[in-house]
Structures are given as structure tokens and as C-alpha cells.
Design a protein around this ligand. Sequence first.
Ligand code: PLP
Ligand code: ZN
Length: 455
Amino acid sequence: MTTTLVQTAGTLVDHSAEPPTEPPAHSSAVSSPATSSRVLGLICRSCRLEQPLGLRYVCPHCFGPLQVRYDLKLIAGLVDRSVIESRPPGIWRYLELLPVERVPRRSLAVGSTPLIAAERLGASLGIDRLWLKDDTRNPSLSFKDRAVAIAAALAMDWELPALACASTGNLAAATAAAAAAVGLPAYVFIPADLERAKIEHALAYGATVVPLDGTYDDVNRVCIELADETGWGFVNINLRPLYTEGSRTVAFEIAEGLGWRSPDVVVVPIGSGALLGKLVQGFDELATVGLIARRPIRFVGAQAAGCAPVADAWSTGAAEMVPVRRPNTIVRSLAIGSPADGSHVLRLVRECGGSVEAIADANTAAAIRDVAALEGIYPETAGGVTLAAARAARERGIIRDGDEVVALLTGNGLKTPDARHVGLRAGPGEPGEGGLAPVLPATFDAVESWLEGRS
Ligand SMILES: Cc1ncc(COP(=O)(O)O)c(C=O)c1O
Ligand SMILES: [Zn+2]
């Protein structure tokens, strides 16, 4: 059976049907050599011990984190700009660079999100060339769909009984949606005080949502034990080394979107640190396989001041971060006090001459309002932190005159509807809030006289 990929924004893509005799104009066959030849296995980031692919995430020798090992020489001979460009939109157009054997039979339509020239916002931040990578538009409204798509594909290949995760919010919906798409049960573990919209979102896809009375780090600790006991595919625990590979597609899309080159600066939110680390890796691999020229990129990390273990270590010059026990911020999606990849990204940011900025909640809320009003894009709190970090990095001189900057908007504002009000006097729907009129009589005259009264 030929594998076909038909992409429709936000809908389930079913690759199982027999292909029509005439393939749709925008579909094309994507096949690849066996994963085993491209993907050599897992390797410990600390001691370099090699392991086969599987449900594992920690080195049995030194407890270091594992990552995927590719045969980049082989991949360099397989990938080609024009072949990638001829494929349908979505993350599977970079198949050879992903740890899956073939385009999965069923998956959501993830990736190929817009890269938007943000001239008005750029001018307000003093940034000459600003691009926004709009990942608010993925199927479950965050970039997490990219990583979960890899985990879901492997869960099907390995016939795992369920998908599960420990979530700060966005991963909950991403895991629930992907599990629904492939027909697996989903178990989502969250801190009990998470934003209601994020809980509703995961429930809507039919997931079992388990709120735990603790921080994200407490939830994660419980899930590590559950992963061993249940054999479920915990996307960000026992599937973590493979799952995080999906985030590299953000780098691939940015490079392709800029005409196969890298920008000067990338501004990235940091929760666990996986996204930033995978962006660094993704751009590096593109250069290694010959898809872009190798140029230095400065990475700016963004954290909320109320949970900023990486930013604090960066600003004090400390060698290691100190975990934050009780995160206190509206930016719940990044509220990880003990980030798994924190020390790793601290090193990466120092090496590339970037920075990690700690942003007060009021500045995050102001940045959400700014990007919505100036560019028509409504991000959740992680996007607000990221844009405020771009402003801070510009003021610090990390972003310089003429730099081309890409800022990532990784989640949608509908998930954190209260956040934009922080620092404003009037609450949501209260009289005096920005553009909201009082309830008027339903007559032309009433509306006309109210409009006249405003001008
Ligand atoms: C919207 C959003 N952006 C960014 C991040 C941070 O990603 P990472 O944990 O890979 O650093 C998260 C994490 O949950 C998130 O939900
Ligand atoms: Zn090791």
C-alpha cells in the first residue's frame, strides 16, 4: 500500500485508506529507508553509553539523560531541499530527520505553522527584523503536538497500551488529542490548581485527567514511578528522548521558511528546557546534513521571574541551577522548578553568547496584549514571556541593530484567558475594561448615541 499524506489543518489525517487511483494534487508519497539504518539508537548525553531504542530515558551507567543517535552521513545523502519542498505540509516532510520509520498511518495535522513578519511589534520592541513562529495554530493549540506526534507514532509501532504524561497544561491536551487520533486511552497527570481551560481541553478529547495536590515536579515524580509500573507510554518520561525529537521540527520549519538559512537570534520559552536544547540541535543538524550554511545563532531563553531557575543561574554566573520549590507565576506552562534539561540549556546559552531572561508577570501580560493588538496573534503566557524576553535581550544588547530575530509563540491565548488582565485595573467583562461596552438597549439610537459619547 502506498503511504499518502493528506493535510487538512486541525483535522485527523487517516493514511489507512487505499490510495485513490488519482492521488490528490497536494499529496505525495513519503517513504524512507528503515529507521534502523538512519537511527542508530539512544546515547547518554553524559558518558556516551549507547542503548537500543525503547521505553528508556536514563543511562543505566551514570543516570544521565539519553538522546537519539542518528547516522547524519547517511541522512545527508537522503535529504534534499527540493524533495522536502515537494512534500505536503506538516512535520512528516522532514521524515528522514525524525526517529520514526515511516509516516504514521494515522496522525493529527501538526506543524508547517506560519512564520510571520511582525513589523509593528518589532518596531515597538526596537527589533529591526522580527519574525513570529506561530505555533498557537497546531491541532491542540500548542507546539507540544510536534513532540507528541512522534510519541504517538512509536506507541502504535510498539503496541503500547496507553499514552500518558505529566503536564504543566499544554501537554495534557496534546497527549489527549494524539491518543484520540490513534485510538489509545490517555492518562494525564496535572497539578490540581492548573488553569480550568487546560483541564477542560484535555477532558474534551476523552482523556482520564488526574489532578494531584502538588507542584509539577511532584506530579512528575509520581509519574516516573507509574511509568515503570504500568508500561504506558509516558510521552515526557519513558518516551522522552524520542518525543523531544519532534520539537526539532520548529528549527527545520524556521530554516525552510527563511529560504534555508538560520536567523541571528531565536527567542524561546524554557520550561523543562527541552525545546531550547532541541532547537540548538535541530539547526546544528541541518548544517551537518547540508540543508543550511552553518552560522552562529544566539539563543535567548525566557522564564517567568516567579520560576526562573535557569535565568537566575545565568544572571549570577552560577555553574548549576538551584531548583525552585514553590513556583509563583501566572505562567503555569513554564512552572517547572527543577527543569530536566536546565543545566544543559544553561551551558548551551552561555556557549552561544545568548541570555536567559526572567520576566515579571505584569510584563508578560503586557506583552500578550501588545502582540494581540499589534499583530493579531493571541498567545498564552509562554508567548508573553517570550516577547518580553525579546525586549529584555534587546535592552541588554544580546539582540543588536539589524539582527534577524525569530520569537516562538508556543501556545494559544484561549488556554490562559485571564492572563492578559494582569496589571489592568478592570477585570474580565467588568465596566471599564478596554474595548468592552456596557450592555445597551438593542436599538440603533442607543448604539449611535453611545458611539457619539465615546468620540
Ligand atoms: C506553551 C509552552 N511553551 C513552552 C514550553 C516549554 O517547553 P520545554 O518544557 O520543552 O522547555 C511549554 C512546556 O510545557 C509550553 O507548554
Ligand atoms: Zn551515562
